[in-house]
Design a protein around this ligand. Structure first.
Ligand code: KG4
Ligand code: ZN
Length: 342
């Protein structure tokens, strides 16, 4: 570890949150997130509106993050930013801003893969808190609106995706459930809240049969669609009268699917260090279940604080920090990458 304190400015703009954070070594000095409420009325993220909002937010967000950390731009050692995956227009705002800042300040750039940011979140340390970090190798269940993966993390720079969804992401299943029931967007937090008051054993859905550690969520979405259609044919108020039970049952099914493969992966790899990350790791049912299974099976579990579950720049800064230590710097010619091939 370097003896000199390394200060990293992280910038994240891959989807609908504009975020900046400052890390001093692994310690979080500031984190600012401007979430975009403009999308709610459209029932999903509208890419053009997202990039416009990023443009409006990025300067004040970065400025506030620096001020809250008590540092000036001259004191920063590197600018870490999300290079992808994400929405092109959104990524371009962060990418262009980071490059412009790099040119004007002569600070090096570090490019960060958004998913690696989620995976390395457990290494963000906070002042005046107990900071437990996983030992390598560990398994991460990465669950977001775009991804559902089991990743074997061998070290800060070596990630192996051992399981992935063959169709939809689990976050999409949460969002679709809410949409089908007319409950609003984003669906995950709404379903989570209603599920707390419902009976998780009330409704049954078809669970997928997929080999190995891979996932599938398209079938269960269809199963919910047909279930609602059949019940509404008998009682047009079925959703309104049973929404908590439907959400609780659907959420339980999604969690069962996630845990089945995660448990298999821990058994077959022998790895007992388990973390979760990504937007869906904010789900209270999933968090409880991971903690329970961990206790029962002797895992050490790493469940992020809520502020590190959804998109944030602190996770970009921590990934940037390790890349900085390795001397892995980005080029001004690099472009935003909407999708990685693996
Ligand atoms: O990681 P994230 O913020 O953005 C992506 O990279 O996709 O994840 C967003 C996803 C959405 O599908 C949202 O509904 C889901 O995370 N989500 C939740 C909860 N909070 C956010 N899903 C279930 N329960 C929650 N409490
Ligand atoms: Zn994300």
């Amino acid at each position: 570890m370097n003896s000199k304190e390394v200060i990293i400015l992280g910038i994240e703009s891959s989807c609908d949150d504009t975020s900046a954070a400052v890390l001093k070594n692994e310690y979080l000095a500031s984190s600012v997130i401007a979430s975009q409420s403009v999308h709610a009325q459209w029932g999903g993220v509208v890419p053009e509106l997202a990039s416009r909002a990023h443009q409006a937010n990025i300067v004040p967000v970065v400025d506030t993050a620096l001020k809250q950390a008590g540092v000036t731009i001259d004191q920063i050692d590197a600018i870490a930013y999300t290079v992808g995956p994400g929405l092109l227009g959104s990524l371009l705002v962060g990418t262009s801003f980071a490059k412009g800042l790099s040119v004007s300040t002569s600070k090096p750039l570090v490019q960060v893969n958004h998913l690696q940011g989620h995976i390395l979140s457990p290494f963000i340390k906070q002042y005046n808190k107990e900071n437990n970090t996983p030992d390598f190798p560990f398994l991460t269940l990465l669950v977001s609106g775009g991804h559902t993966q089991i990743v074997k993390v061998n070290d800060f720079y070596d990630f192996q995706i051992i399981g992935t969804t063959i169709d939809d992401a689990v976050g999409e299943a949460f969002d679709k459930c809410s949409k089908m029931m007319g409950l609003g967007y984003p669906g995950g937090p709404i379903v989570d809240k209603l599920a707390k008051e419902g009976d998780p054993l009330k409704c049954k859905f078809n669970l997928p049969k997929v080999d190995g550690y891979d996932y599938s969520f398209s079938g269960i979405k269809t199963s919910l669609l047909y279930f609602l259609r059949d019940q509404l044919a008998v009682n047009e108020n079925f959703i309104e009268e049973n929404k908590a039970d439907i959400c609780a049952s659907f959420q339980k099914s999604l969690i069962d699917i996630l845990l089945k493969k995660l448990i298999l992966a821990t058994k077959q790899t022998g790895i007992r260090e388990v973390s979760i990350g990504g937007g869906v790791s904010a789900n209270s049912g999933l968090r409880e279940r991971i903690a329970e299974e961990g206790e029962k099976r002797g895992w050490r579990t790493f469940i992020p604080e809520f502020k590190f579950t959804t998109d944030n720049a602190a996770m970009i800064a921590i990934s940037g920090y390790y890349k900085y230590l390795k001397g892995d710097f980005g080029e001004l010619t690099a472009t935003a990458i909407t999708r990685f091939s693996k």
